[in-house]
Design a protein around this ligand. Structure first.
Ligand SMILES: C[S@@+](CC[C@H](N)C(=O)[O-])C[C@H]1O[C@@H](n2cnc3c(N)ncnc32)[C@H](O)[C@@H]1O
Length: 270
């Protein structure tokens, strides 16, 4: 859903600029559950759409012996993910390319499983992203998405403000299901309560348990992020990030904003 970009740099912009390795609520726990949901097995071909720093793609390949292609619109993300893959000696099994999730550069029915963790709501046309994911997955193959959802009824104006400040567009859980169906998915299942617990929004670090939303980043990481935001958006940008973050965590702590993990299967007769 197209946003106006009136509260940039958004929470999403700040997280991406920060350099931290996992860019979605739920951290590794969510990634592990996504793999279980999709029943990853050795030898499968996986597409990780909006692969970020490659953390999930590498985890899938190392843990399940699958072959992973990651695609992301950001040169910097692709570069970082490729570097990490090379360092871990995984270049034969994992690769990253630059591309737009709304127009995937792959033939129909190419992958056994297609995953998108936390990035269907970011581009202007989320329906196109889902259509593309379903197009490139093989018949009977699984598609999984992890997306932000509204957990309580709020006004349209509030929804718009949270979306603008967050930098992604949450929807009602039923709306995501409807869009997956339009894209051609059947047998859709979802989990939301666990992935909406406030702790999921901050306990995302690979190497340590994070106790509250104020300590997701170390002091050094906070300073680096503030410096990068300053360089890219100026002093007003730094102020805006703090304002957006406060607003965002109010939505999380009041139970308005949550997440859900969805899985569907490609219908065989399309
Ligand atoms: C919230 S991060 C998620 C990254 C990764 N899936 C993870 O969970 O760590 C969103 C990612 O989506 C990418 N992205 C945004 N718009 C995109 C688009 N239209 N096509 C492909 N990737 C996109 C960003 O560059 C960023 O890496």
């Amino acid at each position: 859903m197209k946003r106006k970009g009136i509260h940039k740099p958004t929470v999403e912009d700040a997280i991406e600029i920060s350099g931290i390795e996992i860019l979605h609520p739920g951290g590794y726990e969510l990634t592990k559950r996504t793999a279980e949901f999709c029943e990853l097995k050795e030898g499968m071909r996986i597409l990780d759409v909006s692969s970020g720093r490659g953390t999930q793609a590498i985890y899938y390949a190392e843990t399940f012996g699958v072959d992973v292609t990651g695609i992301d619109i950001s040169d910097k993300m692709v570069e970082t993910a490729t570097k990490k893959t090379t360092e871990r000696g995984l270049s034969e099994k994992v690769r990253f390319i630059k591309g737009d999730s709304q127009d995937l550069p792959f033939k129909d029915n190419t992958f056994d499983v297609v995953i998108n963790e936390c990035a269907v709501g970011i581009p202007d046309d989320s329906q196109k992203v889902l259509n593309e994911m379903l197009r490139v997955v093989k018949q009977n193959g699984a598609v999984a998405i992890h997306e932000s959802v509204w957990k309580k009824p709020i006004s349209g104006a509030k929804k718009e403000e949270i979306s603008e400040r967050y930098g992604t567009t949450p929807l009602e859980l039923t709306k995501w299901v409807e869009m997956l169906e339009i894209a051609g998915a059947v047998n859709i299942i979802s989990e939301s309560e666990k992935w909406s617990e406030p702790e999921m929004f901050w306990n995302i670090r690979k190497d340590r348990k994070v106790k509250n939303h104020k300590s997701v980043m170390s002091i050094g990481e906070k300073l680096t992020t503030a410096f990068r935001v300053l360089k890219n958006y100026g002093f007003d940008g730094v102020k805006k990030v703090f304002e957006n973050e406060k607003f965002f965590f109010q939505a999380v702590l009041s139970g308005v904003l949550g997440y859900a993990l969805f899985k569907g299967v490609k219908q065989t007769d399309r």
